[in-house]
Design a protein around this ligand. Structure first.
Ligand SMILES: [Zn+2]
Length: 308
């Protein structure tokens, strides 16, 4: 109703972004910036949207423009510097592709591993797609780093084995010589990509991490952690990303998330969880969608699962 109001364009852009509707979000955020070129928050969200899609030059251009036009634009400088470094690194990467995935790698020697990773991602795509009845159509990119590059770019803790932020990021390590470890790490990250595709970006962390842990190849490994953890965190504490947790907190968080998701799948089936994700992707609040799909209040489920 008020197409000339930049703050409404911005709000609509943020809403679309959270629902995983990236094209709509981009249009809205660009509209906000066209109306108010110095609108710093709009530039930050638009830059982040491009970055997550792997469009580093576009992300950098948005930030550069905002740095010039916004009174507080200098605040963007640290991230801008980091993105420029990442772009310089990425420009040296090569790419191999299969039907649903791309892999970016640096050294010629890594090409066989990059091809192996694509082969295993395609296997995860078929296996998990069959389990959930969901087959993402957008091509998913995996970027292979050295451990040092991975730490610099993602800023994630040492315990992190890989990450998904719009692209799958994998630190190369000795462990990846084992096919089981490749399968475990990649299928876990592929589930995150799938969850974001279906449910957008408001899915509670425990749902996404629980699904990724339960559906990852060789997931019986998590049952060990489950047995060792004495007091697992409640689900209400597990809605935000696990990234900032310590190694032991993270172990307990993954165990708690996996236990809750396993229970949901055992009792209601995987299709019901997919339906719940679809509700979130349409903008339903989590508590409400949970109650409607499962016929019980989310708080009651959280209490029940904690007692097991
Ligand atoms: Zn994860």
């Amino acid at each position: 109703m008020r197409p000339g109001d930049s703050s409404l364009c911005f709000g609509a852009g943020v809403a679309a972004f959270m629902l995983g509707q990236d094209a709509e979000a981009q249009t809205r955020l660009e509209c906000a910036l066209a109306l108010s070129p110095g609108f710093l928050a709009a530039a930050e969200w638009l830059g982040d949207l491009h970055y997550r899609a792997g469009r580093l030059p576009e992300a950098i251009a948005v930030y550069e423009a905002a740095r010039e036009r916004s009174p507080k634009g200098h605040e963007l400088q640290p991230l801008l510097d980091q993105w420029r470094k990442e772009l310089a690194l990425q420009s040296r990467f090569r790419e191999v592709r299969t039907e649903h995935f791309s892999a970016l790698y640096q050294a010629d020697d890594d090409e066989p591993l990059a091809r192996k990773i694509l082969e295993r991602l395609e296997a995860a795509y078929s296996r998990i797609g069959t389990t959930l009845g969901v087959y993402p159509s957008r091509r998913i990119t995996a970027v292979l780093y050295t451990r040092e590059q991975y730490g610099e770019i993602t800023k994630l803790a040492e315990w992190s084995a890989a990450a998904y932020d719009g692209r799958i990021r994998v630190p190369l390590s000795e462990a990846l010589a084992q096919i089981e470890e490749i399968d475990r790490v990649l299928s876990h990250e592929f589930v995150h990509a799938l969850v974001t595709t279906v449910g957008g970006r408001t899915v509670p962390a425990w749902v996404s991490e629980g699904l990724a842990t339960v559906l990852a190849a060789g997931s019986q490994n998590t049952e060990g952690a489950l047995a060792r953890a004495d007091a697992l965190p409640g689900l209400s504490k597990l809605h935000q990303s696990f990234a900032d947790l310590s190694a032991s907190e993270a172990e307990a968080a993954y165990a708690s998330a996996a236990r809750a998701v396993r229970r949901l799948i055992d009792q209601h089936g995987a299709a019901l969880l997919v339906a719940l994700l679809e509700d979130l992707g349409r903008g339903a609040p989590f508590d409400q969608a949970f109650q409607e799909r499962l016929g019980m209040r989310y708080e009651d489920f959280a209490v029940r699962v904690a007692r097991e």
